[in-house]
Write a new protein. Structure first.
Length: 82
């Protein structure tokens, strides 16, 4: 097991996402990836892995305003499979 630190998190409004994927390369810690599932509109949507810094890059680049960003006062440790 590996430990990953998160300084923030995001929520994704899955049903509003149109799958443009602009958030994926915009994410500095590279913790967003597109789902294999689709929403009601038929689009894949971003999913978050541990390691978010709360930098808001995804929020700033998203044309559909699907992200809400939260910053933690104290970083959170996550155990993930190596």
């Amino acid at each position: 097991m590996e430990t990953v630190e998160s300084r923030g998190t995001v929520t994704v409004s899955v049903e509003r996402c149109k799958g443009c994927e602009l958030c994926i390369p915009a994410c500095p810690p590279v913790v967003l990836s597109m789902s294999s599932e689709v929403n009601k509109l038929g689009f894949r949507y971003p999913e978050l892995s541990p390691g978010c810094t709360g930098c808001r890059a995804c929020l700033l680049v998203c044309p559909d305003f699907v992200f809400e960003v939260f910053r933690f006062d104290t970083p959170v440790q996550h155990e993930v499979a190596s």
